[in-house]
Design a protein around this ligand. Structure first.
Ligand code: FE2
Length: 486
């Protein structure tokens, strides 16, 4: 057998698969100094196909999870990256080829893998109750050893996870330490069922409730506040018959309304209320909070889907301008008489991958991060490279924003906020961001002062290789690592 990847977008040039596992002890710091006091580990999840795809037209969301880690101590940064040994990865490695077919379509798989979990663990990696968990929204998470990145195995909350899936975007309530999460397509691919869970700070599921969405769709991210959880139903719709016919899992349907399903924290199906709005697209949530009555949800909102690999139901071509998302605030009056909600745009710049200072997750906040694709006051970068070219820090209350241009031939990944210590003031600390230096086929990890992301970096850490595209990541402290579960 010959191993050969397609000569197609997503598999060539800077996007070509790396398929490399390894470690570098003491990455080179090419600018500034990594503070001696900065101790902890930045974990990030990405997708890197271990084998050429089984079906044509596949895309990189449907690739094996590769976890990277950057461990900071005494001014040094040690790097390691390793594939997640999912059941799927192990089956394909044994066969030395892909056995699983199209994105979330088991009907396109090789018959030999029927019944094997299709999860890829490629979307997020987070810490809760002493466990490092790599996750993708179509399956239960996979526990990873936080030092070696070796795979421990599937984590189903000691078997208490009845849902077939668990979101890659759980929220940790910073005041209670609870993991608040859900699964969609919870009874199987394309089912409209949502399972809502809360696990206590020890990792034990203490609440479970089931809901049925108005229609089956991708519920990639959601909002959690002190008193509510909110499920956004956005019309990237799924359909079992289409899946069985070998069609795409999701299509964009511009004719359908969106819904926000609001449930009081730890509430059940009798307490869900669906708020309705006109057609639009949103994916990631920067943060959300409530005052007991009104819920505010900050999210980039666009006219159409931002995912070019999920086709428009009408056959219309992907429109990058309509796909631009503008950070906006949705406000729901939970005691109002209408089933509507309001939307207020917070910036004229388009962007995605919003994050906040997670110590203020679910509560009122004044610090957000977002990657930008378009800035009206700035000329488009002359290299013509698409993607995220700027990082912005925003105060959602005043809308004051500072920006940082990634540089020529450079694109940015999701940034994270890292507090220098747990009791540091809100928004005061570091921002870490991986920058792809595409012309040089390598990366930099920038350590920025969160209050001055537009200034000289605190340090620039050189990664001498090209890292496969990453999605989401999180910072884990030495105290958390010291309290690990087996
Ligand atoms: Fe995501």
């Amino acid at each position: 057998m010959t191993v050969r990847f397609p000569d197609a977008p997503g598999f060539t040039g800077y996007q070509a698969p790396m398929r490399l596992e390894g470690e570098i002890c003491g990455l080179e710091v090419i600018q500034g100094t990594v503070p001696d006091t900065l101790r902890g580990t930045y974990y990030r999840a990405g997708a890197d196909p271990a084998w050429p795809p089984l079906v044509p037209g596949d895309f990189w969301f449907n690739a094996d999870g590769m976890i990277s880690m950057f461990r900071f101590a005494d001014g040094y940064v040690d790097f390691r990256c390793r594939y997640v040994r999912t059941p799927r990865f192990l089956a394909e490695r044994a066969a030395r080829r892909s056995l699983f077919g199209a994105y979330r379509n088991p009907y396109t798989d090789d018959p030999s893998v029927a019944g094997i979990n299709r999860g890829l663990a490629n979307t997020n990696v987070y810490w809760h109750a002493g466990r490092l968990l790599a996750s993708k929204e179509d399956s239960a998470p996979i526990q990873i050893d936080p030092d070696t990145l070796e795979t421990v195995g599937e984590w189903t909350w000691d078997g208490d996870l009845a849902s077939q899936t668990a979101t890659a975007h759980p929220k940790i309530d910073p005041l209670t330490g609870e993991l608040v999460f859900f699964g969609f397509a919870a009874k199987g691919e394309t089912t409209p069922d949502i399972a809502y869970y809360e696990a206590d700070r020890n990792g034990r599921i203490v609440h479970e409730a089931w809901f049925e969405a108005p229609y089956s769709s991708m519920i990639h991210d959601w909002a959690v506040t002190e008193n509510f959880v909110i499920f956004p139903i956005i019309p990237l719709t799924s359909d079992l018959e289409r899946l069985k016919a070998g069609g795409p899992h999701y299509v964009w349907d511009g004719s359908m309304d969106i819904y926000l399903g609001v449930v009081p924290r730890r509430g059940g199906s009798a307490r869900v209320r669906w708020y309705r709005g006109t057609n639009r697209f949103a994916s990631h949530i920067m943060n959300a909070f409530d005052d007991g009555r009104h819920i505010h949800i900050d999210t980039p909102v666009g006219a159409k889907s931002a995912f070019p690999w999920f086709p428009d139901i009408t056959g219309a071509p992907f429109d990058p301008e309509q796909a631009r998302g503008y950070l906006s605030r949705w406000t729901i009056d939970t005691m109002g008489e209408t089933d509507g909600f309001t939307q207020t745009q917070l910036t004229a710049c388009s962007g995605e991958f919003p994050r906040t200072d997670d110590r203020r997750a679910t509560r009122g906040y004044r610090f957000g991060l977002i990657n930008l694709t378009h800035v009206p006051s700035e000329a488009p970068p002359p290299d013509g490279l698409p993607g995220f070219r700027w990082l912005a820090a925003i105060d959602p209350e005043t809308r004051a924003m500072t920006m940082r241009y990634a540089g020529h031939d450079s694109t940015v990944e999701e940034a994270i906020f890292v507090p220098p210590r747990q009791d540091a003031p809100h928004g005061e600390g570091y921002v870490m961001q991986l920058v792809h230096r595409q012309a040089e086929a390598r990366c930099d990890l920038l350590i920025l002062d969160a209050r001055h992301i537009d200034g000289e970096p605190v340090a620039t850490v050189k990664i001498p290789i090209r890292l496969p595209g990453g999605l989401h990541g999180n910072w884990v402290t030495p105290q958390q690592l010291a309290n690990r579960s087996e």
